[in-house]
Design a protein. Structure first.
Length: 134
């Protein structure tokens, strides 16, 4: 299997004030860089990596698709406008990001007792997205 390439680069502002690095891959898949994803979710980089490696977290297991496997995607950046041109970076698809947000939103809506624990464990950006979804 050949390595995916990020052919196009741009800055994406999905939430006002939060600008993330976005890429279009050679198969037309839209992705965010790992740092862009952690910026969007306002999560610590190390915490995010642990969450992805152990997806889904125990507290969200009942709110996720049991068949969905989240993996980090390593791509070569071939987009000349990117500061990472010529390097390999980790990216996440919109489906990965949507899965994370949906799991937290579903837990937030369906389980009242999760509201306190979610508010304590999630970032302000993720809490903002949860409010938009409820």
């Amino acid at each position: 299997m050949s390595e995916r390439k990020a052919l196009d680069y741009g800055q994406v502002e999905l939430i006002p004030g939060i600008v993330c690095d976005g890429y279009i891959l050679d198969d037309n898949t839209s992705v965010l860089s790992e740092r862009g994803t952690t910026n969007l979710l306002d999560m610590d980089h190390v915490t995010f990596r642990i969450m992805v490696e152990k997806w889904p977290p125990i507290s969200l297991k009942s709110f996720t698709d049991k068949d969905y496997i989240m993996v980090e995607n390593l791509v070569e950046v071939a987009a000349p406008k990117s500061r990472y041109y010529g390097r390999n970076i980790v990216v996440y698809t919109t489906m990965d990001i949507e899965t994370i947000i949906r799991a937290y939103a579903t837990a937030f809506v369906e389980k009242g007792f999760y509201k306190n624990s979610l508010a304590e464990s999630t970032s302000l950006n993720l809490q903002f997205m949860l409010l938009l979804l409820t």
